[in-house]
Write a new protein. Structure first.
Length: 772
RNA sequence: GGAUCUAUAGCUCAGUUGGUCAGAGCGUUCGGUUUACAUCCGAAAGGUCGUAGGUUCGAACCCUACUAGAUCCACCA
């Protein structure tokens, strides 16, 4: 054994050994139930589905935290449970398309320069390049994942199941097409769910405008042309008399009613609120309640459209220039009364940070209320336990109870297209964007396009289509079920990424959506999975949706426990971000200090779900620990060699020593017994921080500093029995530490090959201390 | 507007159901190199556990208020 443990020399080889041995692939033991019935120790399966990382992302500290899952997995492998850790990669729709578009921008192109099929292929190739990188980096961390069961979210089998789910939801009346106000990013060109909108405090200007008999205040003067009413609070004495009378939109002199609405804040602005249902969420609701007309004046690129209500000077302008132009016109005509600065919350795109526009678009929605109801009940009943319970159960319930219908349409190409088909002959008002054979971008409804273009040309160059709310559709491709025509196009909206990943535990294990009994053996054996370990910030995005889908499709929860871990922050407690320059790259740290050091640094002394402060200092300290362990083993190995002990049978058998132990022996063995019990129960109850700290203390300050030091004298005096104890403790320590520091422990184990009881066994497959 | 979390040694944090719990790592200071490890060993300094009350025989741990910081949800123009 070398003087110092050199992780670089061993890690790759050890991982290869594990992987090639098949130890990561569980053997399904269907005898479990019968064995148990006979009173035998039939083992329960233990399974974790990896929270699928964006396959296009290189590894960051968040991924390194999969260490927590690896600890549980290796622990259960050593308990000899059939253990499955199923890895995967996510196509990450919007994220990946956004990154790809940045690449396009560098070569002076945009997504609008390509038809969707070409664009999709380009992104596919782009994403494909990085997929292996991500996988290989996870191997560097030592994760005991079953790579034979790896799944990618866009692989045909997965997508097919997702389509089946969509159809089932549709059959059950839980998916519908609706024209509603959605969160739209004009830069990304897609709608988002409510969860994806980030509200940012910004300074803005509040403009006071003259609406004839009443005055209003607004931050969005460019939307006045779409006003359909002015609302006042019924309790507002100033305006009581005006309810039912008419206000006048400035510049265009259109009269609109003054209505009563108790949601209006008397104290904000003038206390009168202009109502613009097509461009504001609150106004939309007021409009619906009062049956008001909905006038939309922006298109999806954020331009003001040609509309009889919009002054010509403003038409065609983007929103911000339109605002300036409107102000200018208002000033000229003396209708701008005053302006003041205010600070308000603005909804922004979580991806590109631009302002989100509420827009009226026909989209696909999932009715979530009935799904959420079951998901709430399941947690209340304890079918799924959330850990730490106190804090996160409340969060979960709050969100589930206030859930809104879920917009699953995304106007991007990078994802599976929603499996709905429109017959253009039956719906000639479908609006289409496409690139013709000459490479020109063409836009218009099918009725007019069909005068000049063949269907095949449109289909080939298709970019996107926009079907009206009341379009007729079918859930199958092929000929139109009504007119038998073949001019049919599939919906160009793609699924929200979370619609796919929300079914991940089901689809990857091989559920059969239409007939559960026909699901794969994997599904029958491993579902529901044991633990879902994740960061709290995707509790809603992902965990909540997996719960809903799992219960809806199978009647069973997708996992028994949700274990919430914390965010990795820098040593000043700040979130890591590229812009702050405080990102610690996990792979760099693995190169420098070894995977074990990084893993240990991520878990030692960390309380459940509290932030994890990581620093190079801490990782270095853990590297020192792995070296300490190495040298403990090295000392024992050298001592055995010096005593002429070459194999296990050369040692005095442990059992025969038990009646003749010294005080030191008894002390260390008692501590070891306690440590075994503490580690076993600690890992089972997610106390990884406490357990790892205890292990560290034991190895360094009890075993090495005290027992080994005292053993030196005994060795010098020729006492060989002490070697038996030394080896015994070391073996147990290696086993206890293996889930935390798999490489160095396995490496030592292999070094001691000849001196162990079972020379051919891998540490990973050895039986957990205390187990038979 | 609603809700949650955090506040313990210079720094980052542990402290499991209230009774050897006042701790660890890093850092600092002092002393150590013949054979497991200088990625080491020995020793030391350093905290009235945010503040003020309360419950209790006893509180870092429970309750109340306050202060400071962080976060989530909802979004009112």
């Amino acid at each position: 054994m070398d003087k110092v443990y050199d992780h670089k020399k061993y890690e790759d080889g050890i991982y290869k050994m594990w992987e090639e041995s098949g130890a990561f692939t569980p053997i399904i033991d269907n005898r479990e139930k019968t064995l148990r019935a006979r009173g035998s120790t039939g083992r329960r399966p233990f399974s974790i589905i990896l929270p699928l990382p964006n396959a296009n992302d290189p590894m960051h500290m968040g991924h390194a935290l999969f260490t927590i899952e690896d600890i549980m997995i290796r622990f259960h492998m050593m308990l000899q449970d059939p253990t499955l850790w199923l890895p995967g990669g996510d196509h990450a729709g919007i994220e990946t398309q956004f990154v790809f578009e940045k690449h396009l921008a560098k070569i002076g192109k945009s997504r609008f320069d390509y038809d969707r099929e070409t664009l999709f292929k380009m992104i596919w190739e782009f994403a494909e390049k990085n997929k292996d990188l991500n996988k290989n980096q996870m191997k560097r961390l030592g994760f005991a994942m079953d790579w034979t069961r790896y799944h990618y979210s866009l692989e045909p089998k997965i997508v097919a199941k997702v389509f089946e789910t969509f159809n089932k939801l549709h059959d059950d009346g839980l998916v519908y097409r609706g024209k509603r106000l959605v969160n739209f990013c004009t830069k990304c060109g897609t709608a988002f769910s409510d969860l994806e909108v980030e509200y940012v405090e910004e300074k803005g200007v509040l403009y006071y405008l003259d609406y004839g008999i009443i005055k209003i205040a607004t931050t969005r003067p460019e939307t006045i042309f779409a006003d359909v009413a002015v609302a006042v609070n019924p309790k507002d004495k100033r305006y009581k008399k005006l309810i039912g009378k008419k206000a006048t939109i400035p510049l265009i002199d259109i009269e609109i009613p003054i209505i009563s609405e108790k949601g209006v804040d008397k104290d904000f602005g003038t206390g009168a609120l202009k109502i613009t249902p097509a461009h504001d969420a609150f106004d939309w609701e007021v409009g619906q309640k009062n049956n008001l007309e909905v006038i939309s004046i922006f298109d999806t690129r954020g331009n003001l459209i040609k509309h009889e209500r919009v002054p010509e000077d403003v038409q065609g302008l983007k929103i911000l220039p339109a605002r300036e132009k409107t102000i200018e016109l208002l000033k000229k005509s003396g209708l701008l009364l005053k302006q003041e600065e205010i600070t308000h919350n603005v909804g922004t795109c979580y991806r590109c940070n631009r302002v989100i526009e509420p827009m009226l678009l026909p989209q696909w929605f999932v009715s979530t209320k009935p799904l959420a109801k079951k998901a709430i009940e399941a947690v209340k009943k304890g079918d799924t336990k959330i850990f730490p319970k106190k804090r996160f159960e409340k969060l979960y319930f709050d969100w589930m109870e206030n859930i809104h219908d879920w917009n699953i349409s995304r106007q991007i190409v990078w994802g599976p297209r929603i499996p709905v088909w429109y017959c253009l002959d039956c719906n000639s008002n479908v609006v289409i964007n496409f690139i013709n054979v000459k490479g020109e971008k063409i836009f218009g409804d099918y009725e007019s396009l069909s005068q000049n273009y063949r269907f095949s040309e449109i289909e080939k160059g298709l970019q996107s289509l926009s079907a009206p709310e009341d379009v007729s559709y079918q859930l199958t491709s092929g000929a139109c079920t009504k007119c038998k025509g073949k001019n049919i196009l599939q919906e160009t909206d793609t699924f929200d990424t979370w619609f796919l990943s929300g079914q991940w535990p089901l689809t990857t294990l091989g559920v059969n959506v239409n007939d559960l009994k026909k699901s794969t053996p994997d599904f029958k054996y491993f579902y529901p999975t044991s633990v879902m370990d994740t960061l709290w910030d995707i509790l809603f995005f992902w965990v909540g949706r997996m719960m809903m889908f799992g219960l809806y499709l199978t009647g069973k929860v997708p996992f028994e426990v949700v274990h919430i871990h914390a965010r990795v922050v820098d040593k000043f407690g700040k979130k890591m971000s590229k812009s702050k320059g405080n990102v610690v790259n996990p792979i760099e740290m693995v190169d420098k200090y070894g995977a074990d050091a990084l893993r240990m640094a991520l878990v030692i002394g960390v309380a459940p779900a509290s932030d994890i402060a990581i620093s190079e200092d801490k990782i270095r300290a853990m590297r020192n620990f792995s070296n300490k362990l190495w040298n403990v083993a090295r000392f024992i190995n050298i001592s055995m060699n010096e005593a002429g002990i070459k194999k296990f049978t050369d040692l005095t058998p442990y059992d025969t020593l038990l009646n003749d132990l010294s005080v030191d022996d008894k002390s260390i063995l008692t501590k070891l017994e306690k440590l075994i019990a503490f580690t076993t129960s600690g890992i089972s109850s997610y106390k990884f921080g406490l357990v790892s700290e205890r292990l560290y203390q034991f190895v360094w300050h009890e075993f090495a500093d005290v027992y080994i030091e005292s053993a030196k004298d005994r060795l010098r005096s020729g006492d060989k029995n002490v070697l038996t104890i030394l080896l015994h403790v070391l073996i147990k320590v290696l086993q206890l530490l293996h889930p935390f520091m798999p490489f160095v422990t396995e490496c030592i184990w292999q070094e001691l090959k000849d001196k162990r009881k079972y020379p051919d066994e891998m540490l990973l497959q050895s039986s957990w201390p205390g187990e038979k």
